[in-house]
Ligand binder design. Structure first.
Ligand SMILES: [Zn+2]
Length: 66
């Protein structure tokens, strides 16, 4: 079975992530995951998205001057 990154399409071979040839993917069972680089990027994106969501969900209290 081949482990392939679902973002960049690299496959794992002996702890190395390489771009596969079409031949390498033929008749193979492919398990999708994240390579270390894409996992890192995805995590950063996730954090960014989450903090953006959090700040938009935080109720904005406006103080009106009396
Ligand atoms: Zn990747």
């Amino acid at each position: 079975m081949i482990v392939q990154c679902c973002v960049c399409g690299r496959i794992r071979r002996d702890a190395q992530w390489t771009i596969p040839s079409r031949h390498q993917l033929q008749n193979q069972q492919i398990s999708h995951t994240y390579c270390p680089i894409c996992a890192h990027k995805t995590l950063l994106e996730y954090r960014k998205t989450r903090s953006a969501l959090n700040s938009s969900l935080t109720p904005k209290v406006t103080l009106q001057s009396v």
